[in-house]
Design a protein around this ligand. Structure first.
Ligand code: G
Ligand code: G
Ligand code: MN
Length: 423
């Protein structure tokens, strides 16, 4: 939450900061704000080179830097690269009066370098902004992670995964997909979780790639699909009607007999093909061959839904997407959460939703974390929402209890203009 930091007394008496900006006015403005927040020492530099010299001389490094982008001698971008090269890891803000896209490009560069960037901000600076940055510096000192870890997580050894599959430790978790107008549950996405007695709950980004690389992905998918369909059949028998979405790796789509296999599994659990949605990441569409496209066409002919997962991240072309009979467009969470704050995300989100609507696709927004995200999606006419605001992925046993508590929240989720619907 970035609300309500009192703009007083957030600084330690001993703290120092460094403001790097070629404008005297901007440096004085930042200096005055830092002083009002209780910062004892405000160092100033007019450009990157001067900042590097100063940092080399100071007996005690500053706890925070504010870095302007456009400066003579050495600009902000080069300064950040130099800091990275020299291993100087002082938390910093990038401040610029230039367009948002430029600031975001610099943010992306700094994050890629693994630099302790607190954020890119538009000038003029405010006391609230600097107070929040000072507070986050303390988090850095106490070792709290500043940014989501970049790079890939440690993969699990294939032998361990194989054993876990054999022992039935890889289980389906379920995250609800709800109607944006009413909040009513329409379905669940199935997400694999490895529940290990020693490792705890291992998320899929640590084992899906291993499974794909070592020929275990088909077994994993079959096991998850079988367990999840059993769960759905059981919920149905208790009067809970809904659809279920399974994630399919592109490798699984190449399995001979896949269409028949999924149909047979559905039939065995007494489920209708229309209850199943298969999620395929946008990124994988690029590499589909004629065989794979045939498989997708046949799955669709049998009545299963096909969803484009993580839409907006995959570099697919319109032409590639148009070849596949998708029924659902799932917009990646990076365009959903924070769209109410950032104009460029809002434009992308709204355009994607409009396109989905015109193509007759169900639109799903993932990563709905706040009520503000939710209200924006209502305004933009999205069909379904999924995210932490509604529920985290949960074990099958937890769903009935969650549904009860969710019912109590429905009035606060309903679209203000939506007519009341019976649940
Ligand atoms: O919670 P989350 O961390 O569950 O999922 C991370 C990623 O792992 C998601 O992109 C999701 O699509 C993928 N994933 C989750 N379960 C499965 C699965 O059963 N099969 C495949 N192929 N991917 C999955
Ligand atoms: O298949 P896909 O990449 O869509 O998988 C969804 C992933 O997103 C899972 O890892 C799930 O745990 C995660 N997730 C679900 N809801 C939210 C949310 O509201 N915020 C964030 N940050 N992640 C979410
Ligand atoms: Mn998915």
């Amino acid at each position: 939450m970035d609300t309500g930091n009192p703009p007083e007394a957030v600084a330690d008496r001993h703290e120092a900061v460094l403001v790097v900006d070629d404008s005297v006015v901007q440096r004085e403005h930042a200096g005055a704000l830092f002083r009002s927040l209780g910062v004892a020492q405000i160092h100033e530099a007019q450009h990157g080179l001067q900042a590097l010299q100063l940092l080399a001389e100071l007996p005690v490094p500053p706890c925070l830097m504010v870095i302007d982008l456009e400066m003579p001698e050495m600009d902000g971008i080069e300064l950040i690269q130099q800091l990275s090269r020299r291993g100087i890891r002082i938390p910093f803000l990038v401040a610029s009066s230039r367009e948002g896209a430029l600031v975001r490009a610099v943010e992306s560069m700094a994050t890629t370098l693994g630099m302790p960037l607190l954020g890119g901000v538009a000038k003029p600076l405010t006391a609230e902004l600097l107070a929040s940055a000072l507070q986050r510096c303390h988090a850095v000192e106490t070792g709290e992670p500043l940014l989501p870890a970049t790079g890939l997580p440690m993969p699990i050894a294939p032998e361990r995964l194989e054993a876990a599959l054999a022992q039935g430790l890889v289980l389906p978790y379920y995250q609800p997909k709800v109607d944006i107008r009413t909040g009513l549950v329409r379905g669940v996405e199935v997400l694999a979780r490895w529940t290990d007695p020693v490792l705890g709950v291992v998320p899929p980004d640590r084992f899906i790639a291993t499974a794909e690389k070592h020929g275990l992905i088909l077994r994993l998918t079959q096991s998850i699909a079988d367990q999840a369909m059993g769960q759905l059949a059981s919920w149905m028998s208790h009067g809970l009607a809904m659809s279920m979405a399974l994630n399919l790796s592109p490798l699984v789509l190449q399995t001979p007999g896949l269409v028949e296999g999924i149909s047979a599994l559905l039939a065995r659990h007494g489920l209708a093909p229309g209850q199943l949605v298969l999620e395929i990441t946008e990124g994988s569409v690029v590499s589909y061959d004629a065989q794979t496209m045939g498989v997708l066409g046949r799955l669709r002919m049998r009545g299963m839904g096909l969803s484009i997962d993580d839409y907006g991240t995959g570099f697919s072309s319109m032409q590639q997407l148009a070849r596949i009979p998708f029924t659902e467009l799932k917009i990646d969470r990076s365009f959903v959460h924070k769209a109410h704050q950032q104009a460029h995300l809002r434009v992308i989100l709204q355009s994607a939703l409009e396109m989905a609507g015109r193509l007759g696709l169900v639109s799903v927004a993932e990563g709905v974390e706040t009520l503000a995200d939710w209200r924006l999606l209502q305004q933009f006419g999205c069909t379904l929402g999924q995210g932490y605001l509604i529920a985290r992925p949960m074990a099958g046993e937890a769903l009935p209890r969650w549904l009860k508590s969710h019912e109590a929240r429905l009035p606060s989720l309903r679209m203000p203009t939506a007519e009341s619907e019976t649940s």
